[in-house]
Write a protein that binds this ligand. Structure first.
Ligand SMILES: Cc1cc2nc3c(=O)[nH]c(=O)nc-3n(C[C@H](O)[C@H](O)[C@H](O)COP(=O)(O)O)c2cc1C
Length: 185
């Protein structure tokens, strides 16, 4: 029995989070397979998968359409296993916008019909150097509007790795069929 890590990324932070989850699984002595939903030609098998960790970023108020399509297409397989959903966004980085971060996840659950057993709102990163003009304007004037934050070499990582590690460990330690409580990562 092993763990499947399903993820999608646009700028790279959620790949880093998925790789962190993979390491945590290996450290727990369990087998792990990763699947990037953007790789639509690669088949994914749920055989021998006991639990699934899903991770996706929010861009312009929603998770990637292909990631959502993967979830919608695999609802019975997901419902039969324990699942942890990691929703990665910048709104999750600040207490006063956590509710908005939660809304992105609620909307995804409503669109797909998916109810994870556990979930976490995970703060992402600002990757100033890799943005085109449009993305830079969205980050500056919409996502991080009125926020005072320092960029280090054009980048700033808000992800709380300790909290994420704890969340993943709790999920891996929970018995299959049990329902850990949702919370912030
Ligand atoms: C064009 C663009 C739009 C974004 N829109 C949102 C948003 O609507 N809400 C939010 O909380 N974060 C938003 N973000 C921040 C991303 O969620 C954050 O940078 C995350 O780390 C991206 O993950 P990724 O590197 O895996 O793509 C946006 C980022 C970009 C570049």
């Amino acid at each position: 029995m092993g763990i499947l890590v399903v993820y999608e990324t646009v700028e790279g932070q959620t790949r880093k989070i998925a790789q962190f989850a993979e390491s945590a699984v290996r450290q727990a002595g369990l087998d792990v397979i990763a699947h990037n939903t953007a790789d639509t030609t690669k088949p994914v098998s749920f055989a021998d998968v006991e639990k699934v960790i899903l991770a996706a970023p929010v861009h312009e108020r929603r998770h990637p359409k292909v990631f959502e399509a993967f979830i919608a297409a695999n609802l019975p397989e997901l419902a039969a296993r324990n699942t942890l959903m990691l929703s990665v966004s910048l709104k999750a980085a600040f207490p006063d916008s956590l509710e908005e971060a939660e809304d992105f996840l609620i909307e995804m659950k409503m669109r797909t019909g998916f109810t994870p057993d556990a979930e976490a709102l995970v703060a992402g990163a600002v990757r100033g150097k890799s943005y085109d003009y449009y993305a830079a304007m969205i980050i500056q004037h919409v996502v991080m509007r009125n926020r005072d934050y320092e960029l280090h070499n054009g980048e700033r990582e808000f992800t709380d790795w300790d909290a994420l590690g704890t969340k993943i460990s709790e999920f891996l330690g929970s018995k299959s069929g049990s329902r850990p409580t949702a919370g912030q990562g």
